[in-house]
Design a protein around this ligand. Sequence first.
Ligand SMILES: Nc1ncnc2c1ncn2[C@@H]1O[C@H](COP(=O)(O)OP(=O)(O)OP(=O)(O)O)[C@@H](O)[C@H]1O
Length: 554
Amino acid sequence: MNGQMALLNGVKGSLTDITEASSGSVIPVTCKGRAGELTITANTGALFNIPEGKQAARTSLLDCCSNGAVSFEIKQEDLIGGTIVSGTTIQIWYCKHATQSPDRPIRRLLKSAKLVCVTEGAAQHAVRLLREAAAPRKKDTQRRLLIIVNPCSGRGKARHTFTKHVRPILEAAGFHLDVRETQGPGHATDIVKEAELQIFDAVVAVGGDGTIFEILQGYFHGEDWAQRVRAPFCLVPSGSGNALAANCGLWTPETAAIAICKGRTRALDIFSVVQPPSRRYFAFLSIYYGMMANLDHGTDHLRWMGSMRFTLGAIHEVLRHRRYAATVAYMPAAKSTQDSAKMESPTQEHVKHPSPVPSTQHSSSNAEAHSTQLPPEDNVLHSSSNAEARRTQQATEGNGHSSGATPGSCSSAGPSLQLLQALGPEDQLQLSHIAEMHPGWQLLSPRDTSFFAAVNLPMLDFHSSTGPQADFNSGCLDIIYVPNITNRKQGLEWLDQLGKGRHMDGNLTHLKKACAMIIEPYSEGTSLVVDGEAIPYKRVYLEVHPSLCSVIVA
Ligand SMILES: Nc1ncnc2c1ncn2[C@@H]1O[C@H](COP(=O)(O)OP(=O)(O)OP(=O)(O)O)[C@@H](O)[C@H]1O
């Protein structure tokens, strides 16, 4: 009959009744064995069935059939691909749902089964069929990933995680892997800057959110940044917080690797973080000031503890019982929707397939796309956790506002900053009168807060959610703040509620949705932290770019 037939006949003596199913782009072939059946109907979302013997998945098909075995089935969504074990023996890789509870992302476990073919050619053909059946969008010869492993993230196990838990899955799916290991802070940015991103199916970080942050800075390099952002990115959780992985439902490294194979993406808002005259970062997660900044960045030396360092840091901060002063101005999200309805995001067309939302997320829709283009320039700086370095930097730059600098025309790559542009030069901007000078802007009150954060995604890590109403592409940041925690007991109770995602209940915690913000920090003993990385301690401007990038989701 055809090529598939040759393969199926090539499986030693096991297949007797072979029929072709409907025609389609991939492998519409059904075949039946004496004791079970083998079905590949990738384009209809059907099954890959192989007989199961006494030794279940580890038994060859030949053995299964001669044992008179029952069949078990692998759903197409669970099929990962295949590899040649040796000569004529192939291994089918698939996954199983390990946990499934309504308030947790799905965890997946890797499984495999061996199958013996008569000839080596048949074995190679079988592997190709398996890979195409698992991910019918692309020929296996064209799949390519840029993998960036940060050996220092989290507890320093990223290298092991990649080799042991991620690489075998991606290879089974037929990806060509360009693997790079970071040599130090900022290296991930350089790797991505130099990469031809268009040839990759995705950029994968094996690390933490800081690695993703560095990768993101590398995306906005060169005139073609609008094309470069089309490559989705993904976090294989190997850091301390792993917020991106938590938000994307990538509960374990294996789950993340399987999600990469399946290639489901979701549009993600990115926000610019601007410090005139020329500094501009691109962020995906959050900006913290005060308590959150301290518990995150202030616990860097406790990296060996994993995510426990954040819990300890939070308790320490609550016991300090401090309030932090800042003038915060923001433009409510609804206004931006009106302003930006006509404009388009560069990736709007590209991100056509919204993926399943992890069940921990709630949706909100407040704003729409409003990004356009500016000529690019590399001006990304890498953060330093060192307070001394920060002070030196401030002394060099001055903590005041650069004369004539306009936050909205910060000369950098990336989409234009329309909302910030409208504010005009920084030295003419009186923050305390912004509402009168610039209709649509508001001041946050009070100036002193016990807790302050603005988040783009709901989950802080795998265990807690800072902004449960935040969403991937809502077009806004959720400003979460607590004006005043009156005593330590109330602080600890509030922390407990935060851990359970119930801190928004009651009236202690406030929420504003903003498409642009300005933060002028005043307090000593804290910092500004963007996506877990400290930035210079001075006034900062933020603007959201709806759906600018896309991320791999479970
Ligand atoms: N080879 C290296 N040596 C030292 N530091 C490195 C190296 N490569 C990357 N880094 C730095 O490691 C820091 C921590 O990485 P990352 O943020 O990914 O892990 P994490 O902080 O443990 O996780 P999370 O951000 O999710 O809490 C980054 O700021 C990055 O600049």
